[in-house]
Design a protein around this ligand. Sequence first.
Ligand code: GDP
Ligand code: MN
Length: 394
Amino acid sequence: MDIHEYQAKDLLKQFGVSVPRGGIAYSPEQAVYRSHELSGGRCVVKAQIHSGARGKAGGVRICGSDEEISEAAAWMLGRKLVTHQTGPQGKLVGRLYVEEATDIAQEIYLGFVMDRTEERVVVVASAHGGMEIEDISADEPDSIIRTVVDPAVGMQAFQAREIAFQLGLDARLIAQAVKTITGCYRLMSDLDASMVEINPLVVTSGGEIVALDAKISFDDNALFRRPEISEMRDKSQEDKRETYAQDRGLSYIGLEGNIGCIVNGAGLAMATLDMIKLAGGEPANFLDVGGGASAERVLMSFRSVLNDPKVEAILVNIFAGINRCDWIAEGVVRAVTELDLKMPLVVRLSGTNEAEGQEILHNSGLNIITAPTLANAAEKVVGLWHETRKEGAA
Ligand code: GDP
Ligand code: MN
């Protein structure tokens, strides 16, 4: 789960990291009002969406007067801001954060991520902050500092000091840098975050270290024990298709194509996406129904896939071990009947109770196309999808 910048900054503050003073606003009038509560100097109006790179899209504006604030706020609120992280549909700006402007002497990158190879939290830092980490690693690869943290002892002060020295920070800033780096790490481990990114972490002209931007993601599997974090969820920022499926316990990731996929097992789901592409199609989603899928779960999966208006054909691919093909087939028949499915549907069943499953499909009298192999199923569904497209165009 992702949270907004202002929420992330509030948490960082609790862990001893300095952040600019600011307040949240839902209207231009409120944005002006917020700025008056601050020091009265210049302020920054920041669109709160679950995405970075807002600055380039006009979502971060430094303002010097009430008029500028009001104008920036009016422009941002209600707008779908498109950044290269949001996808072409963009993300809706529903709230703004109004902050005291900071005089920047230096921008630093500081990130904490799970490294799957190391099986550890890795701290990534660079003295060339402000730009995205992908660009830093392309433009200034030698500037990147990586430090692995041993979970048994946590982040040690000496490690944070080493990072600060490697960043080339002035000796007077080392203590503040250590407090910032160890604070971020404690936040990450105490709150079950999966990623903490401060970009930029700045050195101000007054010689202070301040987190100017903040992005934190949390491990969904740990949210049950972090109710105070769960409360920060903003569904307006999530993909509606994903929210629907994930709220029902399905593993679903929305994609851009037209062929809906219902598969059991994450690995098989990945392979299915590959096979659809190989056959010349584009998958609309990744969906893992999980093991022991009841007819209800299959029905729910169909509903999830059909929530995406782009879906024009569906492929069901089940390799039943714990699952049973007859349960899946019952679910498929119920879905086609109850949801009045008209688009092409190809079903490949294999494994436990395969014969019983096939029989249920055949006896249903419904227009369900079966396939003996995954390759054949992918070819069939892509072929049928092309045909219906042509018919639609004719
Ligand atoms: P992002 O584009 O979504 O990553 O949003 P950021 O919060 O990182 O802001 C983008 C850029 O705007 C930063 O890298 C800074 O260069 C600039 N910026 C943001 N806040 C301030 C500020 O208070 N003062 C100054 N001078 N620049 C700022
Ligand atoms: Mn940023």
